[in-house]
Design a protein around this ligand. Structure first.
Ligand SMILES: NC(=O)c1ccc[n+]([C@@H]2O[C@H](COP(=O)([O-])OP(=O)(O)OC[C@H]3O[C@@H](n4cnc5c(N)ncnc54)[C@H](O)[C@@H]3O)[C@@H](O)[C@H]2O)c1
Length: 400
């Protein structure tokens, strides 16, 4: 195999970030990837993305509006799915059955049961199933992992407060928001969306979860027109929640969100340790993507730039090449080069299907807890023992 040939299915909002990531790799000397196909039922979206690709790639990707046609053409070794959540499994299973490797935008699937079908299918056929979970791949999150586990500036983490309070209702006139407002199409609201990045980072940093208690509110129940599949439906995903997440190692996290807070905004992420705290500098649902300062007990501040420099200096050339090949520090570019190399060399991606299931178990635990009005054991949700909130989605998609 010379270049790994990759197609993109779904050329909406996030596909641009994927293409920008590949651009960085190519501009830094990467010759390992070629984008050979673009598929979107909205051809204008595909054409727009083709123009972006032509700025850095010699050969034109072929445009398709029907994913079944691109499957039969055999011009790709694998596909990156940048589709609405309800199409992750419908398209993903079909691709796997046709022996294609896949990288699925987060979340893996609408429910755990559906996600397990994808994982089983990939395993049966020995195919790569990667989750396009980009946040932990950036320099900031990798540096904070190193601070907590190796540098130990502030001792063990004890608890965290992560609060995002915004006055920002979804714009339901936009396609990208129509499917996001409906549980059957999205799996849930922001807990399943940006919350997925938060869930992945917490599992990555703090390990296994004991239990989760979550209360959800849905203040925004506007009618949404022209919803895919359902035509017209009332918004029914959460817009406000408070969750208490307890880890097996004793760390506990208070995670509060509301986008229904007229006149007020707050973005606050603080991780408190034995002798200081880590203060997130960016969007707190993408932990540490924009770095974090450390505040020590004596008031001294260690700036994020200093931490990141020290972390990079601590890496061997081999470790640096593994984490940041082609000197790329972009989470999307990094997930693409890993996906291509996994296809080429038969390797397992860092965030594989099994990890994808663990991440969505975090999100589902929040929903299941709210449904039962009780704390739930994370393990009972992961195993499928608790499955009340998810039942309606599984039934709608006829998942046994
Ligand atoms: N990693 C991140 O930071 C991040 C950020 C935003 C979105 N996402 C994820 O990316 C995925 C897509 O989100 P988005 O914001 O780009 O959504 P979007 O609605 O903007 O784009 C989806 C695209 O899929 C196309 N599409 C719909 N049905 C199709 C079909 N049957 N065949 C082919 N194309 C079809 C639509 O026309 C649209 O262009 C979701 O899983 C979302 O959670 C990730």
């Amino acid at each position: 195999m010379d270049k790994v040939r990759i197609g993109i299915i779904g050329c909406g909002g996030i596909s641009k970030c994927h293409i920008d990531g590949v651009k960085i790799l190519v501009e830094n000397g990467c010759k390992e990837i070629e984008i050979t196909a673009l598929c979107d039922e909205n051809k204008e979206n595909a054409k727009e993305k083709k123009n972006l690709i032509m700025q850095f790639q010699k050969n034109e990707p072929v445009i398709f509006s029907d994913f079944e046609k691109v499957i039969s053409k055999k011009i790709c070794d694998g596909f990156v799915l940048c589709l609405p959540h309800f199409l992750h499994h419908t398209v993903g299973i079909e691709l796997l059955k046709n022996n294609y490797h896949i990288m699925i935008e987060k979340p893996l699937a609408l429910t755990l049961k559906i996600g397990k079908k994808l994982v089983e299918e990939a395993k049966k056929r020995n195919l790569v199933l990667s989750i396009a979970e980009n946040i932990r791949r950036y320099l900031g999150p990798r540096a904070i992992k190193w601070v907590i586990e190796n540098k130990k500036y502030i001792g063990n983490i004890r608890f965290a407060l992560v609060n995002l309070v915004i006055d920002s209702p979804f714009d339901y006139t936009k396609y990208a928001m129509k499917w996001r407002g409906i549980k059957l199409l999205s799996g849930g609201g922001m807990i399943m969306d940006s919350g997925h990045h938060f869930a992945d980072m917490l599992l990555y940093l703090f390990g296994d979860i004991e239990d989760i208690y979550c209360e959800i509110r849905r203040y925004d129940e506007r009618m949404i027109e022209e919803v895919p599949f359902l035509k017209k439906a009332k918004a029914d995903v959460e817009d406000t929640w408070d969750a208490l997440i307890k880890f097996k190692n004793g760390i506990f996290i208070n995670w509060f969100y509301s986008r229904s807070t007229p006149g007020f905004n707050l973005n606050f992420g603080l991780y408190s340790g034995e002798s200081g705290a880590i203060k997130d500098k960016g969007f707190v649902f993408h932990p540490f993507q924009n770095g974090a300062d450390i505040i020590l007990k004596d008031g001294k501040i260690v700036k994020s730039e200093e931490i990141e420099k020290e972390f990079l200096n601590s890496l061997s050339d081999e470790e640096k090449e593994k984490l940041f090949p082609y000197n790329c520090y972009d989470g999307f570019g990094l997930e693409w080069i890993e996906f291509a190399r996994c296809i080429k060399n038969g390797l397992k991606p860092e965030i594989d299907g099994e990890t994808g299931l663990k991440i969505i178990s975090f999100c589902e635990s929040c929903y299941e807890s709210d449904y039962m009005k009780l704390p739930v054991k994370y393990g009972d949700v992961y195993s499928g023992k608790i499955e009340n909130y998810q039942k309606e989605i599984n039934m709608f998609w006829k998942i046994e």
